[in-house]
Structures are given as C-alpha cells and as structure tokens.
Design a protein around this ligand. Structure first.
Ligand SMILES: [Zn+2]
Length: 253
C-alpha cells in the first residue's frame, strides 16, 4: 500500500529489509525512487500507481546496489537516473547485481535491473536537491525536497541498519563522517526523513537518526567496536557480518 507521507510523496514498504519504494510528484508526473523488491511488490506498486492515476515520468536510484536498481515494465519505458558515478558503477556491475537480485528476490525483471543513465546537470525531471557523498556506495545520493520538508536518504540514517561502510573503497570512516556532515546540513528544518530501509523519521527523530549513525562512526574512528541498538537479535541476518566488516575495515585503515 502506498502511504502519503508528505505533499506529493508516497511510500510503499516491502517486507525484505523494510525497503521503501518512493513516488514523488514532479513536473508532469511521478518520479519513482528505488522501487523494490520482489516481483509481487513491484506489481502491487504498479497497481497502487494506477489507482493514484498519475503517470510515471522518470526513475531515480539513490545508489548502485541491486535493491535500489529495480524496475518493472508496468512502470513504463521512461528515463531512469542516478548520479554519474552511480550510473557508471551500475552499468559495470550489472551482471553481479542481477545475480544478487536473483538470489535474494523472486520474480524480479532482471533484464531491467540497473538500466540507469547519468542525471543531467540541473537534475532533469528530478525535483529537489541531490546531496551526493562517498559513503556506503559510489555515487550515493540523498534527494532533498526542501519545499516539502522531506529527505529521501537512500541507505543512510536507517533505524534498522547500522552504517554500512563500502568495503571496496579506502577511508570509509572519513567518507561516512563527511556524508553525515552533508546530510545533517541538508536536513536542517526538514520534517520527514525516508530511509531506503526502515521506518520514516519525523521531526526530532531525524536528529536522533543522525546522532545514532554519528555515534557508531565515532566509535569506529576511536578503534572501538560500536555498541548499537540496531544490532539486536531480530536484526536482518547479515547485519552482524556487516558490523564485523566495518570494525575490521576501520581498524585496518
Ligand atoms: Zn539497500
């Protein structure tokens, strides 16, 4: 079910890692941000969009990981964008993304995965401000809709996932610190934060999210193992492995 979370911003959550597919009203129609995850999710999202009665005019992927690069024929043959760095990475790693999608999700149209092109200068049909940074994945971007008080954060600032460092690139603690600085500046005055996975944060909860990620990264910076409420027993099964990989990467830097 699509829930209206702010003026012209709708969210549908999937069971898989509480992934949030987001529809944003732009000029001329809807922009679909990170639609996912299973084929059944995608077709239910298409049903919801039909009911909404606003055409999809473009897609946007916050970063080049398979669960943010999905699409369905019923969303239409429209341009799909990512930052130039993310679009390049999505193209280079398309086969790997398809393999991961096939392993983790069922009924996904694999041939449509990762078909994103570089966002044109000025953002093209994508409304708002792109906040690009180097944490989590190459070319990762948050989308800030300041006039509606909303930030779409991609895989940052989640209440169910710890910060996930990009294991393939160096100095990710520093990259995360810089990203949190940028996101926290961009979040000033906003009322609604939609993470790629997890629950929507409202009002003062946004600062709490930033503080939780900062505390985790600060502990890594000190060479300590972060203690984090998100590493609870019912956390998604691969989270402890990701946590160990974060700690090892931080200590090895
Ligand atoms: Zn994700």
């Amino acid at each position: 079910m699509l829930n209206l979370v702010a003026d012209g911003v709708w969210v549908r959550q999937s069971a898989w890692v509480l992934s949030n597919a987001i529809a944003v009203r732009g000029e001329g129609g809807l922009i679909l941000v990170d639609p996912g995850i299973d084929g059944s999710d995608l077709s239910e999202l298409a049903d919801d969009l039909d009911r909404l009665g606003i055409p999809v005019v473009a897609g946007f992927s916050t970063h080049p990981h398979w669960d943010h690069l999905l699409w369905h024929p019923r969303f239409g043959h429209v341009p799909r964008y990512a930052t130039p760095a993310a679009a390049r990475a999505a193209g280079e790693n398309r086969e790997r993304g398809q393999t991961m999608a096939a392993e983790s999700a069922s009924g996904v149209p694999l041939e449509l995965l990762g078909r994103v092109t570089p966002l044109p200068a000025g953002g093209g049909p994508i409304p708002g401000q792109i906040v690009e940074h180097q944490a989590h994945a190459i070319g990762h971007a948050a989308l800030c809709l300041a006039d509606r008080g909303v930030m779409l954060a991609g895989d940052m600032l989640s209440d169910v996932l710890i910060p996930l460092l990009d294991a393939s690139r160096p100095n990710q603690v520093g990259a995360y610190e810089t990203a949190l600085d940028r996101l926290s500046a961009a979040a000033e005055g906003l009322q609604v934060l939609v993470p790629g996975h997890g629950n929507i944060a409202r009002g003062s909860e946004i600062a709490d999210r930033i503080a939780a990620d900062r505390a985790y990264i600060d502990a890594l910076r000190r060479g300590e193992e972060p203690v984090d409420a998100r590493l609870r027993p019912d956390a998604t099964y691969w989270l402890p492995d990701a946590h160990r990989s974060n700690v090892e990467q931080a200590r090895g830097r």
